[in-house]
Ligand binder design. Sequence first.
Ligand code: CMC
Length: 387
Amino acid sequence: MAMNDPSVQAFSPGLAGVPAAKSKISFVDGQTGLLEYRGIRIEELAAHSSFMETTYLLLYDRLPTKAEMDRFSSDVVHHRRIKYRITDLIKCLPEHGHPMDALQAAVAALGMFYPARNVLDPEVQYWSTVRLIAKVPTIIAAYYRLQRGDEQIQPRDDLDHASNFLYMLTETVPNPMIAKALDTCLTLHAEHTMNASTFSGMVTASTLADPYTVVSSAIGTLKGPLHGGAAQEVVEMLEAIGSRENVRPYLEQKLAAKEKVMGFGHRIYKVKDPRAIILQQLARQLFARLSRHGPSPLYALAEEVERVGEELLQAKGIHANVDFYSGVLYQTMGLDTDFFPTVFAMARVSGWLAHWLEQIQDNRLFRPDQIYEGAHGRAYVPLNQRT
Ligand code: CMC
């Protein structure tokens, strides 16, 4: 391959720095740690908004009026229930399966119940968006319960999005402080420019596939440990480290073996992820209010890992990312580690759908190129002549 071949010059592994779309949904400045949804800083949204209001903002490019918010919330609340056949499908899945696989399968199946082939129809767009935002938490909670041999708990219309989700897991109305913390986690995870799962969803959207297929393909991409699976890996890493004295030897050994420290590093951020800063504050506030004994041992260990990790990695521009503290928070809320990525999915469904709506307004099929490095002109050798 000639070095002046333009395709070689344009090649960027992992498409780093290659714009895949024009978008008005969110903006990141990785040098200063700025994240905005529709032009509003994430710190403002975390402090003053709710996940449902932020979802509206992401989807429709403005904060809703009171009447618009009431209608949208009420539509979501009234579509929380899932068909008994979806419950039956979830019951048939292996009890030791990964919850993200169950979620992906059930979301793909939803599309068979609510055909949405005409993706340019505003009614199809509105109701499939409402259904997906409403039903994803119910599917996650159903798998959580059914996996344990417990009955599924039906959603409660009088509870907000986060409270209802925690209620469907435990059959107990959660402490409002915990529900509010979860709602803030959802807001922080709702959208993040052209990340891997959003790109995956957009590739699917560009074929004009229905939104259920778009979201299920994004869920599959989110599952991996380099993306939404990292929060689970962080808590498993903290459990493996076990004590403060082990932090430095553990991290040094990992880096010497050229392994990644989970919850650190980001393609875009070269400073600490602004969402990690907010999540850390949230965890501190939650422990201060809920526990007379201060932060949990796991949280204290996380802070020590961050301190030593910073020392070892900051020269390379590697700092804590959004997944570093989210797992510790989810554990405080009583969630099992393998369910952490499903909470990420429950939040990111808003961002995926915002990108879906944006993409199909001005669609062009994603069909990138490749640099072929294989052979040419080889002869076909019949089977009985091959050695
Ligand atoms: N620990 C140690 N070294 C790291 C880490 C890390 N977490 N992240 C990057 N590096 C090093 C990497 O080894 C490489 O070093 P060298 O140049 O010496 O070979 C350099 O930094 C560049 O790494 P990269 O993997 O090419 O960078 P990337 O932009 O492709 O990676 C990342 C981004 C998120 C995949 C990576 O930082 C990583 O694997 N982090 C751990 C997993 C994680 O926490 N993922 C959650 C990401 S944030 C939320 C989300 O998107 O879901």
